[in-house]
Design a binder for this molecule. Structure first.
Ligand SMILES: Nc1ncnc2c1ncn2[C@@H]1O[C@H](COP(=O)(O)OP(=O)(O)O)[C@@H](O)[C@H]1O
Ligand SMILES: [Mg+2]
Length: 252
């Protein structure tokens, strides 16, 4: 894939903290409209990678491009094309859900009529309509994540990054989120998410990458990774790839 074709591309990307590499020599290439899942144990480097991609964290090494734009030369234009849903969204306690969406949309210069139309649909889909005029202060963790996702999607990002998007969500919301992310990809948005939840990876990701100790140690479709490991389950592949051992016969 050429640089122009990739929606997200990194080359030799790395970040050190206090002399220790949290992410090392990462080469990543995600196609437009692809849904890519980052899997990894706690501390594997998933959040660090996402924060570098968003521009919140400066890389110690390597290069990155989003939608063909280099992070050093075109940082502002790059950020305009990005949406980021962090693990803990930065909401304002004393804004209502609807006011928060309006604030984010105005920062992105989103047309008001489009904002309202998208916002209403997303609120209904994510089961936020009943609390839309309540202060964010009273929202649960899952509601905060859904609200921030709705706000970000109102800006119609070209590339959407999500850090552990299902954490704190109930099963129905998780299902709606999965459908929504697939729908975004069908519409041409590129989605990169990190998750601990292997079901999410199996059900919706076109490709997954397994990060271990800051290094991308396996990558492919779930079917490819399973085939490379004798047809074992994704859970077994994950455990083996990240240094664990598994017992028992091969899973079907
Ligand atoms: N701001 C920071 N300062 C120091 N170390 C950090 C910082 N952020 C992350 N790390 C370290 O980098 C490693 C990767 O962390 P992180 O990217 O948060 O992993 P993950 O999201 O996969 O759980 C961990 O060892 C973590 O302690
Ligand atoms: Mg993390």
């Amino acid at each position: 894939m050429s640089t122009a074709e990739a929606a997200i591309r990194t080359h030799g990307l790395g970040r050190q903290f206090a002399g220790r590499w949290a992410v090392r020599d990462l080469d990543l290439s995600v196609r437009p409209g692809e849904l890519y899942g980052f899997l990894g144990q706690n501390g594997a480097g998933k959040t660090t990678t996402l924060r570098m991609l968003t521009g919140l964290l400066r890389p110690s090494a390597g290069t990155l491009q989003i939608a063909g734009l280099d992070h050093l030369r075109h940082g502002r234009a790059l950020k305009q094309r990005l949406g980021f849903v962090p693990d803990t969204p930065p909401l304002y306690d004393y804004l209502t859900g609807r006011q928060y969406v309006a604030l984010v949309a105005s920062l992105w210069h989103t047309d008001r009529a489009r904002r309202d139309e998208r916002c209403e649909r997303l609120f209904a889909l994510l089961d936020l309509a009943a609390v839309a005029d309540d202060l964010c202060k009273g929202y649960s963790h899952g509601m905060k994540k859904k609200l921030h996702l709705a706000a970000v999607l109102t800006t119609a990002p070209q590339v959407l990054l999500l850090d552990e998007p299902t954490t704190g969500l109930d099963p129905l919301s998780t299902r709606r989120l999965k459908e929504l992310l697939r729908e975004q990809c069908r519409g041409g948005t590129t989605v990169l998410l990190s998750t601990h939840v292997l079901d999410v990876a199996e059900q919706i990701c076109d490709r997954v990458g397994i990060l271990h100790d800051g290094t991308l140690c396996a990558e492919g479709t779930v079917a490819e990774l399973r085939a490379q490991h004798g047809g074992r389950s994704l859970e077994d592949v994950f455990v083996q790839t990240t240094g664990g051992t598994i017992d028992g016969p091969a899973a079907g």
